[in-house]
Ligand binder design. Structure first.
Ligand code: CP3
Length: 345
């Protein structure tokens, strides 16, 4: 049976617009909360294949999505390299911040694959359980975004510490980025070898970089990751999501080597169609808040996104960022059905 999402990622022309949603597994689903309550610690949960498989499948079963994204997190990479990572309710991730650029020398990629083996096991199990039409997606954070958590010790408003490393200790910062390029490429290959049919790179904080820094710390590392994954797995499509990078989306689409670019909700649809979709498959970009808005607004925007989707290359319907915890599951069901109905052959 054909896989509409995989076909769209491979650039094959399809009438159907496939749909999956970033953070489709999560707290807005009561069945997720039920499983989540079984482990106190979020990373233990991520490393428990049985639970990870179950929450990966929940939204696919409930909504009939075209893609399943493996349940894990971008911060498993610093955890696997020996940095302490914890998740505090209401605060998000808290890391033992690197502090001093010399700390980079303490990081090791040696046990990365062994540490992340439960993720690969969960992927293999999900791939055996999915319907033939559903595409399994693996993922990792991009080096800039992972580095932001490693250096800031958590989320940040201004990224002052991160930027003081990037600007003030560029050699040590480059050494950290280089380690992350290799770690991310290795982790993506591990996921593909376990059964992921496509992979996505999340650069959630790419949008705070000025031009030169964008090229150096966002585009170039992603390009190197893609080249090294493609050298081993040339047929596996790669999606990049450089969040909120505005005018730089075109560079990402043209120069990174990615098969698809995921766009945030602020990218104008005309730009998506006339600039980006001529280069790559485009994924996006409904504002996640519209899932909680009046139906008329939601309908109008879903239709506009589908209208732009009829461009030179394929379009994958998605959000501009992850689903919010207060989203009603009924709204997700409604959008999945509407996209499937309106785009059907
Ligand atoms: O369904 C899916 O999309 C797969 C699972 C997934 C998670 N995190 C699960 C998760 C994915 C793809 C991610 C990616 C991720 N993690 C990103 C990139 C995407 C983005 O949103 O920009 C980032 C920046 C992280 C780091 C991270 N992990 C943060 C900032 C948080 C706290 C956020 C919050 O909403 O509290 C997490 C924890 C996390 N990762 C949760 C989930 C479902 C919530 C924790 C819980 O259930 O207690």
């Amino acid at each position: 049976m054909a896989k509409p999402l995989l076909s769209a990622l491979k650039g094959e022309s399809t009438n159907d617009v496939p749909i999956w949603l970033m953070r489709q597994a999560g707290r807005y689903l009561p069945e997720y909360m039920e499983v989540r309550a079984r482990s106190k610690d979020f990373l233990d949960f991520c490393y428990n294949p049985e639970l990870a498989v179950e929450v990966t499948l929940q939204p696919v079963r409930r909504f009939g999505l075209d893609g399943a994204i493996i349940f894990s997190d971008i911060l498993v990479i610093p955890d696997a390299m020996g940095q302490k990572v914890a998740y505090e309710p209401g605060r998000g991730p808290v890391l033992d911040a690197l502090g001093d650029p010399r700390k980079v020398d303490d990081l090791s990629r040696e046990s990365l694959r062994a540490h992340l083996a439960p993720v690969y096991q969960a992927i293999t199990e999900v791939s055996q359980k999915l319907d033939d039409s559903v595409t399994l997606i693996g993922f990792a954070g991009a080096p800039w975004t992972i580095a932001s958590y490693m250096i800031e010790g958590g989320s940040s408003r201004d990224f002052a510490r991160l930027k003081s490393w990037a600007y003030g200790a560029p050699e040590k910062f480059a050494a950290l980025i280089d380690i992350l390029v290799d770690a991310v490429a290795d982790h993506l290959c591990g996921q593909i070898e376990a059964g992921a049919e496509a992979v996505q790179i999340f650069d959630s904080w790419a949008g705070v970089l000025p031009e030169d820094a964008f090229d150096t710390w966002c585009l170039d590392p992603i390009k190197r990751i893609i080249a090294s994954v493609k050298a081993v797995h040339p047929a596996t499509p790669i999606i990049v999501f450089p969040n909120r990078v505005g005018f730089f989306y075109e560079r990402m689409a043209r120069d990174s080597g990615a098969d698809a670019v995921s766009i945030d909700a602020m990218v104008p649809l005309a730009t998506a169609r006339e600039v980006l979709q001529k280069l790559v498959t485009v994924q996006g970009n409904l504002d996640p808040n519209l899932l909680c808005a009046p139906k008329e607004l939601l309908d109008r925007r879903v239709d506009e996104v589908l209208e732009q989707a009829r461009g030179a290359k394929a379009h994958i319907f998605n959000l501009g960022h992850g689903i919010l915890p207060h989203t009603p599951p009924s709204a997700v069901k409604y959008v999945v059905e509407r996209v499937h109905e309106l785009s059907a052959g």
